[in-house]
Ligand binder design. Structure first.
Ligand SMILES: NC(=O)C1=CN([C@@H]2O[C@H](COP(=O)(O)OP(=O)(O)OC[C@H]3O[C@@H](n4cnc5c(N)ncnc54)[C@H](OP(=O)(O)O)[C@@H]3O)[C@@H](O)[C@H]2O)C=CC1
Ligand SMILES: CC(=O)N[C@@H](CCC(=O)OP(=O)(O)O)C(=O)O
Length: 309
């Protein structure tokens, strides 16, 4: 059985991934005790003793973990931001483009995408690849995430009542500093420059929406001239072989709940036009702890271990 070590297993992503790995029954999990989990020598030994190491760590600790590995046979899957645009690392979004699954399966170093980036790229990449969206189109994306997206610190700030407690029910951030997912969004979307991205956090634990509003004039229409229909068919074709991504043309009940896909590895893409069909809103719904991190990590592990094609 393929041996997996999750460095950072006690954290938000690591814990969810460990649950999924155990439930799959397809891997042997190498674990450290509470006393060992931050000891360099114990981590070094565990990293070298597994077939695939998953780094569910803050960025700096992920870089350190890569440097600790000396066994050349060990494959790495990094859940942090540290290597998302690094040469030599394969981007772990299997549905991004034809052939990506095979690239992940064959790679020694795979970087798991950011949660907002997963939603953003799911919306952007098919449109750029199909030639509907020119690379220099100015774009704006909005996102809302549950507070678990900020890891243990943000969870404690929302759920605790200490001096660092957050009392807002909803807030926007990264308004003056570009969000950390923009470099991977630019690199993997095929866009020439970064979209404006306005993320936000709501007072609920997990689940997210990423939205892209497109005025019809920004896009090249398909053979029948209707931009919303062209978008819908482009997404449907791009994701036709995916068991995890579904494309929808309506929102039943008119309210889009960010929590609806929690604890799954699914993503839904909604393509919604105004009555005059002058603009289209494309929205990705996913679980930041599912398709946005640990669900995606499990699929990448299965690909890297050649347990799925
Ligand atoms: N939460 C999310 O929705 C997503 C998170 N990610 C990424 O996954 C990674 C982990 O995030 P998340 O699980 O949210 O973060 P958490 O803060 O919840 O977990 C990080 C874990 O790493 C441990 N840790 C910190 N430093 C070290 C070290 N030097 N050696 C060993 N263990 C260490 C922490 O222990 P302790 O708490 O004791 O310090 C903690 O258990 C991050 O890079 C994040 O960006 C990616 C996609 C989505
Ligand atoms: C709500 C919240 O704070 N979300 C995080 C991103 C979560 C994620 O995708 O993680 P990594 O890119 O760090 O791996 C943020 O915006 O920084």
């Amino acid at each position: 059985m393929t041996r997996i070590f999750i460095d950072g297993e006690a954290g938000t992503t690591g814990m969810k991934l460990a649950e999924r790995v155990r439930a799959s029954g397809r891997f042997e999990l190498v674990t450290l005790t509470e006393a060992e989990r931050k000891q360099t020598e114990a981590r070094r030994a565990a990293l070298d003793a597994c077939d695939i190491a998953v780094l569910c760590l803050p960025d700096e600790a992920a870089r350190e973990a890569v440097a600790l590995v000396s066994n050349p046979q060990v494959k790495l899957l990094d859940a942090s931001v540290a290597h998302r645009v690094s040469p030599g690392w394969c981007y772990g979004f299997p549905e991004m483009t034809a052939g990506q699954r095979q690239r992940i399966a064959g790679a020694m170093r795979v970087t798991n995408p950011g949660c907002f980036a997963t939603g953003a790229l799911a919306l952007l990449r098919p449109l750029v690849d199909a030639g509907l969206l020119a690379a220099d189109t100015p774009l704006v994306l909005h996102g809302v995430s549950g507070y678990s997206g900020g890891g243990r610190q943000l969870i404690a700030a929302f759920e605790g009542d200490g001096p660092d407690a957050i009392r807002s029910n909803h807030y926007l951030y990264s308004l003056e500093q570009p969000h950390k997912h923009l470099p991977e969004i630019v690199l993997h979307s095929g866009l020439a420059s970064a979209p404006v991205f306005i993320p936000s956090v709501g007072r609920y634990r997990q689940g997210m929406l990423v939205s892209l509003v497109l005025h019809a004039g920004l896009l090249r229409a398909g053979p029948h001239g209707d931009v919303p229909d062209t978008l819908l068919s482009t997404y449907r074709q791009h994701y036709s072989a995916s068991e995890d991504i579904a494309v929808r043309a309506t929102v039943p009940g008119g309210r889009l709940d960010p929590e609806a896909l929690n604890d799954t590895n699914r993503m839904e893409i909604f393509v919604l036009a105004d009555p005059g069909r002058r603009h289209v809103t494309a929205i990705a719904r996913l679980d930041n702890l599912g398709k946005g991190s640990s669900g995606a990590a499990l699929v990448n592990l299965e690909l890297m271990a050649r347990l799925r094609v």
